[in-house]
Ligand binder design. Structure first.
Ligand code: URP
Ligand code: ZN
Ligand code: ZN
Ligand code: ZN
Length: 464
């Protein structure tokens, strides 16, 4: 047979260790993995000196996300191009129903919006912001559409926050149909009080975003939701999204040791940046929730990433332009009016590779686990995605382990003119992305076509 693509001299990394050899691809799938494949192929790529990993799965993006009165600046085209440039071959984006909208029509809207634009493949999660009979009824129906993971909010009072009773009801219902519940764990009631206190004292600078959301707000909410979910039972599959404190990770790990299927995600910015960034003149760019923490917390997160206590890395890609962040004014607005969110999908790979692997904190196996294998299992995409096996989609990121890059907006692909990692120097960079057997990114250029990405419906989450 003639293969479509043959990758020669591959050094590939999976969760079970590295292997060296060749990979042959046919019809978008991995067809054969071997020592020295001699059969014909339409196209051959020599990957000597590079590292091959499964295409990253960014399980946390907000493209065209309506939030805090703005819609995020990366639509599915810009956002998924940025993903592809960063070696992310699948994003899992949050369907965000409008107030009063039912889940199925929100799902339809989200996929109709994404399909003509996506360059990466994509899956979907469902945000639930209110509870009524119709929404409860539709939970199994959206799961049937392949939306097997959900997100509920314990913060953002008056916008997305749900009270404990509704959180309980929803986790139970989602769990009854085999879905996974993602939780934004921060105590929104108390945060709202703290925000009002600071504002009444005239304390409006971006750093008060951090002071109004102290570590304990995340720790308390994580503890509370873990208690509530544990009461429902051991079938509940839950993960805390964008965890920013070591203590919140430890709470979840302690439940896991008791047999609960509870997990944590963290994001690249919590591993690399600290609260000092909020004090800079451009501190408004660094407003996200939970907020950036201390260096001590950063260290705790790295340790827990290395130990396997942190299950996935998602970018929480939620991009606002400078103008949006400043609400179209000259002056920086009060901290509570700055739309929450930062870009990140393109930076998962270089940050984890340089600060994690190159600095000797995590292995390549762990890198693969948290960037593709675990998200694929959590979101029901495994084994189609998240591994290098015959029959799996031929999705790969090709890392040049020695490439030195100074990060700036110029080398990135989001629809904004800044990056929160400006000036950061890393060693190790994605130089080629292959999505279902097609080279969609090479040497700085996204060549994948608009709309060529596919919706990948989630199946049953596989969690040990
Ligand atoms: O600040 C953030 N994280 N914005 C996006 C919404 C969310 O909570 O994930
Ligand atoms: Zn062919
Ligand atoms: Zn959140
Ligand atoms: Zn988010």
């Amino acid at each position: 047979m003639t293969y479509d693509l043959l990758l020669k001299n591959v050094k590939a990394f999976t969760t079970s260790g590295p292997f060296e050899g060749d990979i042959a691809i046919k019809d978008g799938k991995i067809s054969k993995i071997g020592g020295d494949i001699q059969e014909q192929a339409d196209k051959t790529i020599d990957l000597s000196g590079k590292y091959l990993v499964p295409g990253l799965i960014d399980g946390h993006t907000h493209m065209e996300f309506p939030f805090m009165g703005e819609v995020t600046a990366d639509d599915f085209y810009y956002g998924s191009r940025a993903a592809i440039a960063g070696g992310v071959t699948t994003i899992v984006d949050f369907v965000t129903p409008a107030k009063g909208q039912d889940l199925l029509s929100a799902y339809e809207k989200w996929s109709n919006n994404a399909d003509p634009k996506v360059v990466s493949d994509y899956g979907l999660h469902m945000i639930i912001r209110e509870v009524n009979t119709k929404i409860l009824e539709q939970i199994p129906e959206v799961i049937n559409k392949g939306v097997v993971s959900f997100k509920l909010f314990m913060a953002y009072k008056n916008e997305l926050m749900l009270p404990d009773g509704e959180l309980y009801k929803l986790i139970k219902r989602i769990s009854d149909f085999g879905g996974v519940t993602g939780i934004h764990a921060e105590n929104g009631e108390i945060i709202n009080e703290l925000i009002q206190e600071f504002l009444s004292e005239g304390k409006i600078d971006p750093i008060y975003h951090y002071y109004s959301r102290p570590d304990i707000m995340e720790i308390e909410a994580t503890n509370r939701i873990a208690s509530i979910a544990s009461m429902i039972g051991k079938d509940v599959k839950m993960y805390i999204v964008h965890t920013s404190t070591g203590e919140a990770v430890d709470i979840i790990s302690s439940y896991r040791r008791q047999g609960f299927k509870f997990f944590n995600e963290t994001a690249p910015h919590y591993l690399t940046l600290n609260t000092d960034f909020l004090k800079r003149p451009d501190g408004y760019r660094y407003v996200m929730s939970p907020p950036l923490r201390s260096d001590e917390q950063r260290t705790k997160l790295w340790i827990r990433l290395a130990s396997g206590d942190i299950f996935t890395i998602g970018s929480d890609h939620c991009v606002y332009s400078d103008a949006q962040k400043k609400r179209y004014k000259e002056e920086v607005p009060p901290f509570n009016e700055i739309p929450n969110g930062v870009p990140g999908t393109e930076n998962i790979l270089p940050i984890l590779f340089y600060y994690g692997v190159k600095k000797g904190i995590i292995s390549m196996e762990r890198f693969v686990e948290v960037t593709s294998y675990n998200p694929a299992r959590l979101f029901g995409l495994y084994p189609r995605k998240g591994t290098i096996m015959p029959g799996s989609d031929a999705d790969f990121a090709v890392i040049d382990p020695n490439r030195k890059v100074r990060i700036s907006a110029d080398v990135l692909h989001s629809n904004i003119n800044y990056t929160i990692y400006d000036g950061m120097e890393v060693e190790g960079w994605n130089v080629m992305t292959i999505r279902r057997g097609e080279v969609v990114y090479e040497e700085g250029q996204v060549i994948g076509k608009k709309g060529s990405g596919k919706y990948i419906p989630g199946k049953t989450p596989i969690l040990l």
